[in-house]
Design a protein around this ligand. Structure first.
Ligand SMILES: *Cc1c(COP(=O)(O)O)cnc(C)c1O
Length: 390
């Protein structure tokens, strides 16, 4: 049975990186086999979480670990845990935070949108999100001044989405929070570094199981023993709707093992080869200019930045990206910046032959542009409109 045929689904070539909206990861056979094995069986979920705890701890260096539905869920749960601890009465009362410390401090430049707003993920626990500093700047004095007797936690975000300069760095953020006795949660959802944030002293570190790890949709919580226990305990309260299934727990356990055994250099080399091919191919197209672009937060990825010259090109970067997506198969590029006249090709999720298809399609479109009038280049509006389609 071909499910793409049966349900009339569009095939996608994903050069955008790991995107929730595109089904996140290409899960390997090793992982899907493990998931298929557990699906028809009963299992004590706590036993599975214990196995997950052991491997999360082994790979991250954190004392304990547990799993939930997603990194977004983990942000809500970690926030809740910092307010309630393992007190089941308090857990049962959330999002009512009466009598609890309920403020979560975050730098304004970290108050991002990864498809939805991180401030909202904090707020649904009942906590108050306290943004400090300005959009493009935050000093230690902001953090020192904002922490008070109601502060439950401080949240630090590591991501290409954040403002990257003139903010408090992680080390300083942790030092100040520690000195004031405030737990630090680090959102490292799409970071490759599994150990660094725990080692730096974070109390809870959050990863997405379905991004670089290539697992099923899930969120990983790694941290201090009491903190993780308090996170897991939220399943008796607001975490219930954010719980993870048995198949995803087994899937992510397997994904972590797979990650641990991967040949980083060989993977990097094959990704770089794809990017070099596109660099050579696309730079020969007159109105395009390509350059190599190392990852902003130091993940070991080099992407290709494709700049479309708006003065002589028949298509803007925006139009080109839309036409690529509308084709068959649908090609999705990393389009966060198309309104600035460029997009990126991300090699991480491509398989053999796909980069060639992408390059050929770009060439065809640039040489024979279909005349289409796309009115808006505001990506936020496009994303919202897309959801309205049905
Ligand atoms: C992707 C992402 C999230 C959300 O991750 P999910 O597991 O898809 O919920 C949260 N924070 C950051 C920084 C992200 O990049």
């Amino acid at each position: 049975m071909d499910i793409f045929e049966k349900y009339n689904l569009k095939r996608i070539i994903n050069a955008s990186g790991t995107m929730t909206a595109l089904g996140a990861s290409r899960v390997s056979k090793r992982i899907s086999d493990a998931m298929a094995q557990i699906l028809p069986e009963f299992i004590d979920m706590k036993d599975l979480q214990k196995v997950a705890c052991e491997i999360i701890s082994r790979l991250t260096g954190a004392e304990y670990g547990c799993l939930t539905a997603s990194a977004a869920a983990a942000i809500t749960i970690a926030t809740a845990a910092c307010m309630t601890g393992t007190d089941f009465y308090r857990i049962s009362k959330l999002p009512d935070t009466q009598g609890l410390k309920n403020e979560v401090v975050i730098q304004k430049g970290h108050s991002i949108n990864f498809g939805s707003s991180i401030a909202q993920m904090i707020s649904i626990s009942g906590a108050k999100c306290i943004e400090i500093g300005e959009a493009t700047s935050c000093g230690s004095y902001h953090l020192i001044g904002a922490i008070n007797e109601n502060t439950a936690a401080a949240l630090f975000v590591v991501s290409h989405h954040t403002v990257q300069s003139r903010l408090i760095k992680l080390k300083e953020f942790i030092r100040i929070s520690k000195k004031k006795g405030i737990p630090v949660i680090v959102d490292a959802a799409s970071e490759y570094d599994l150990r660094g944030f725990s080692e730096a002293g974070a109390d809870i570190v959050i990863y997405s199981g379905h991004k670089f790890l290539g697992g099923p949709t899930s969120g990983i919580i790694a941290g201090k023993k009491e903190m993780v226990r308090a996170c897991y305990a939220q399943e008796r309260g607001i975490g219930r709707g954010m719980k993870i299934g048995k198949e995803s727990i087994i899937g992510i356990i397997e994904a972590l093992e797979q990650w641990n055994e991967r040949d980083t250099e060989a993977i990097r080399a094959s990704e770089d080869k794809r990017i070099q091919f596109a660099y050579n191919f696309l730079n020969n197209i007159k109105r395009l200019k390509c350059e190599y672009s190392p990852d902003q937060t130091n993940n070991p990825i080099t992407r290709l930045k494709v700049v479309v010259d708006p003065k002589i090109s028949p298509l803007t970067a925006f139009e080109l990206s839309v036409l690529l997506a509308e084709g068959e198969p649908s090609i999705r590029v990393r389009s966060h910046h198309v309104d600035m006249g460029y997009f990126y090709l991300d090699p991480c999720n491509l398989i053999d032959g796909e980069m060639e298809i992408i390059c050929d399609r770009i060439k065809t479109l640039m040489e024979n542009p279909i005349n289409k009038d796309y009115k808006t280049e505001n990506l936020v509006d496009i994303a919202v409109n897309h959801l309205k389609l049905w």
